[in-house]
Design a protein around this ligand. Structure first.
Ligand code: CA
Length: 221
């Protein structure tokens, strides 16, 4: 089983990431400090590392360079609350493979995890197809009935979430946490708005409203 190390002191985010990764079939390890993270990165040889930059005992960037210096070659996805582009560039130059700015939607992180692991192993699904709808997860392009359809990043992630759970009823809360992230206002109607956008692009009949519950993607419409 592919093992992913999460180095993150914030319990809520670590749990959110670990739960999602486990549901996607990965094994997870969790470190709350840089010290613990370094030991696990060396000792457990995880296939991928999710690294928070703001750790209590050491800056994540400095930990990253120590890990690289000690021969840790696993891809590293950096989590950063810092909005500044400089930090991101520094992280990528310092040996990170990718980054996510908090807050992020889980599917967005999962897409990057898969992409990073794929460039290591190259045995994963790169396309999701149900009925006339195909999503290419590498190029983030959508094709409906043989025609390419332009989707925004959010719309794509929402469509991907639906296609990963064909015929299942997904609640607004599930869609919010998968697509928009853990700290989006649960009272927001953003899901309904984006479902409407997506219906316009994929075909209205493909996404059913399940009254009082949420939405369902119809696999064969
Ligand atoms: Ca932190």
């Amino acid at each position: 089983m592919t093992q992913i190390l999460i180095i993150e002191d914030e319990e809520r985010i670590a749990t959110f990431v670990a739960k999602g990764l486990k549901a996607a079939g990965y094994a997870t390890l969790h470190a709350r400090t840089a010290r613990e993270g370094y030991d696990l990165a060396i000792g457990a040889e995880p296939e991928l590392i999710v690294l928070d930059l703001g750790l209590p005992d050491e800056d994540g960037m400095s930990l990253l360079s120590r890990m690289r210096g000690s021969g840790v070659t696993a891809p590293v996805i950096v989590l950063t609350a810092r909005k500044s582009l400089d930090d991101t560039v520094a992280a990528l130059e310092g040996g990170a493979d990718d980054y996510m700015a908090k807050p992020f939607g889980f599917d967005e992180l999962l897409a990057r995890v898969r992409l990073r692991l794929r460039s290591e192993a190259s045995v994963d699904v790169s396309e999701l197809t149900h009925g006339a709808v195909t999503l290419n997860l590498l190029t983030r392009r959508a094709v409906v009935g043989g025609k390419e359809v332009e989707l925004s990043a959010r719309e794509f992630t929402l469509a991907e979430t639906f296609l990963r759970h064909p015929d299942a009823v997904l609640s607004r809360e599930q869609l919010l946490s998968q697509v928009w992230g853990y700290d989006f206002d649960p009272g927001s109607n953003v899901v309904d708005v984006y479902v409407r956008y997506l219906r316009g692009k994929l075909g209205a009949e493909r996404i059913q409203t399940v009254r009082g519950v949420g939405y369902r993607f119809v696999a064969d419409s």
